[in-house]
Unconditional design. Structure first.
Length: 101
């Protein structure tokens, strides 16, 4: 039962993060601003676009805010440790196919 509660809590947290990303990028999608900025290449090797940075920052800021003990492996940010004693990993590509966004 413990693992089921932990799993459901994690799903709820990730759903909230997804909703926050949508809220923060919905007006950027399809605009010149989405692709603006010179952010170089992300940890995944792709060109980082503004919309990618906004999306990843949204997730990271939210997980920090709720003290979610994890390590994030992000396409743009690479490895971000939110805890010295992480309970797991989150692999994140906040906007898949951002060239189409």
């Amino acid at each position: 039962m413990f693992y089921l509660k932990l799993y459901m809590n994690t799903i709820e947290i990730l759903l909230t993060a997804s909703k926050l990303v949508y809220k923060n990028v919905k007006d950027l999608a399809g605009t010149a601003e989405a692709a603006s900025g010179d952010f170089g290449r992300g940890a995944g090797g792709d060109i980082s676009r503004n919309i990618d940075i906004v999306a990843e920052k949204t997730v990271i800021d939210y997980l920090k805010q709720i003290n979610f003990d994890c390590v994030i492996l992000g396409e743009e940010c690479g490895r971000v440790e939110l805890s010295s004693n992480p309970k797991g990993f989150i692999i994140m590509d906040a906007i898949d196919g951002s060239a189409n966004a």
